[in-house]
Design a protein around this ligand. Structure first.
Ligand code: ATP
Ligand code: MG
Ligand code: MG
Ligand code: MG
Length: 474
């Protein structure tokens, strides 16, 4: 089954259960300053859950464009390293606004996976929130999942990708305990079942989260009861597609086949010659062209702060991976048409904005290609010196110089370092960055005091600065 059919089948299934099919909202949230990018299907319904907004329906289903590359849910560092994480992905969801609750949510999910998608029941595992006996009983008694495949899990235990059965959209907002469904990709893949010490592996992959929305968390961490218990679910289209197409990695699905081939061709034409088709760098590029194009299409342009800076970080990271493979001139923007061919039918806004997206990314790419070679030379040199000295951390001054003079976002520098098994002194980097911002502010004040136009660095909205910092530090 192709991924487009899976999307369609999901939406039709929930339509047959009385849900209204609602279009995806943009990846840039309308008027929610707590959110950098849309990170889940429920975002567009946040006010409905909170009781501030009413819709003509109490059940909805969507396929939502999501970006997780900054803020609370940040998977930028995972891309290229796990089989299941993207910066951009589609989240399939069904929602109940004070309508059905645990019993129906769980039985719908099971019916779709086992009756419609025909997944073998014995390959499915579930987790429930530690003390959620109700959900446990529904899975065990009503659905018939044996106790040995139901795992009780509490709040995040601190592991890198730890299962966490209390879902929060961000530090504030709607939240609640959840139950998650995992698929066992079999003993050929490393990793333990959810809740085990080696759950970080890719054998048992989380495919679907069903959240029982019950609280609104405020800035002080206090939980207020929602007007009505509700349901919010999210299943990654790319992950369920991998399962349905009997492949392990999302990158082996039909969604990525053409994009990966296009990425390889473009990198080869830009100087790589004949790059390794299995290189993780190609996966990073194929992933990042989706995130960058959708972000530009929804109205963001690369810049030095906020959303624009997240976009710049993703784009430059992809470009650096192409450079690593041997590309010596712009290639990244030439992938936009391949993406439009792949996803333009489901997301017509891609077709409408193809030219503009190509142009915006081309300009960003041309700008970075002017400095990347010199920056890489400095970085390579520093890494070589470290090899001789045995140091494990690249100094913050070098990272800052790369950032300031050569346009290397610090996470890009960290990405290169990670490939060589070393880290970056990010604490020192941030001290230098803060000092520079302070100087820019002072200069700005001085000029304004003298009636001159402000030309300091763009430090406008601090909420986003924090998010950018947070993202960069992960
Ligand atoms: P993981 O533990 O694998 O990082 P998650 O628990 O952070 O996933 P949720 O916030 O529960 O994910 O999101 C709901 C669903 O969205 C997940 O079950 C998964 O199918 C999908 N999903 C989440 N993050 C990503 C991602 N970065 N790329 C692709 N799919 C994702
Ligand atoms: Mg995650
Ligand atoms: Mg998880
Ligand atoms: Mg989850």
């Amino acid at each position: 089954m192709k991924s487009s059919e899976i999307r369609e089948k999901f939406l039709k299934f929930f339509e047959s259960k009385g849900h209204t099919i609602v279009a995806s909202s943009p990846v840039v949230p309308g008027d929610d300053p707590t959110l950098l990018f849309t990170n889940a299907g429920m975002n567009q319904f946040k006010d409905v859950f909170l009781g501030f907004d009413k819709r003509p329906y109490t059940r909805a289903t969507t396929s939502q464009k999501c970006i997780r590359a900054g803020g609370k849910h940040n998977d930028l560092e995972n891309v290229g390293y796990t089989a299941r994480h993207h910066t951009f992905f589609e989240m399939l969801g069904n929602f109940s606004f004070g309508d059905y609750f645990k019993q129906d949510a769980i039985t719908y999910a099971w019916e779709l996976l086992t009756d419609v998608f025909k997944l073998p029941k014995e390959k499915l595992w579930v987790t429930v929130y530690a003390d959620d006996d109700e959900a446990y009983e529904i899975w065990n008694k009503s659905v018939g999942v044996p106790a040995e495949r139901i795992v009780r899990i509490g709040d995040n235990k601190g592991a890198r990708y730890a299962s966490d059965n209390f879902w929060m959209m961000g530090d504030t907002g709607p939240c609640g305990p959840c139950t998650e469904i995992f698929y066992d990709h079999g003993p050929d893949v490393a990793g333990g079942p959810p809740g085990s010490p080696d759950e970080d592996g890719d054998r048992y992959i989380e495919i679907w989260n069903n959240v029982f929305m019950q609280f609104n968390r405020d800035e002080d961490g206090v939980m207020h009861k929602l007007p009505k218990p509700s349901v919010d679910t999210g299943m990654g289209l790319e992950r369920i597609t991998a399962v349905m197409q009997h492949v392990h990695s999302n990158y082996e699905t039909d969604t990525f086949a053409n994009l990966l081939a296009a990425a390889r061709k473009a990198v080869d034409a830009a100087g790589a010659g004949d790059c390794d088709a299995d290189s993780p760098s190609l996966k990073v590029i194929a992933d990042h062209i989706r995130a960058c194009t959708f972000t530009v299409v929804d109205g963001v342009i690369p810049s030095n702060a906020g959303r624009g800076y997240v976009l710049r970080r993703i784009a430059r990271r992809a470009i650096r991976h192409g450079y690593k493979l041997g590309a010596r001139k712009p290639f990244f923007h030439t992938l936009v048409p391949a993406l439009v061919a792949e996803m333009g039918e489901a997301y017509p806004e891609l077709r409408q904005n193809e030219k503009r997206a190509t142009e915006v990314l081309k300009q960003e790419e041309e700008a970075f290609f002017r400095t990347i070679a010199n920056g890489m030379e400095i970085l390579d040199h520093a890494l070589e010196e470290m090899q001789t000295s045995g140091a494990q951390t690249i100094d913050g001054d070098t990272a800052f110089k790369l950032h300031d003079t050569y346009g290397f976002p610090v996470d890009l520098t960290a990405d290169v370092c990670r490939e060589r098994g070393v880290t970056v002194d990010e604490a020192r980097f941030h001290v230098l960055l803060d000092e520079q911002r302070q100087r820019a502010r002072e200069a700005g004040k001085f000029k304004m005091a003298h009636g001159l136009e402000y030309s300091g660095s763009p430090t406008t909205f601090h909420g986003y600065d924090t998010l950018v910092h947070e993202g960069a530090k992960v």
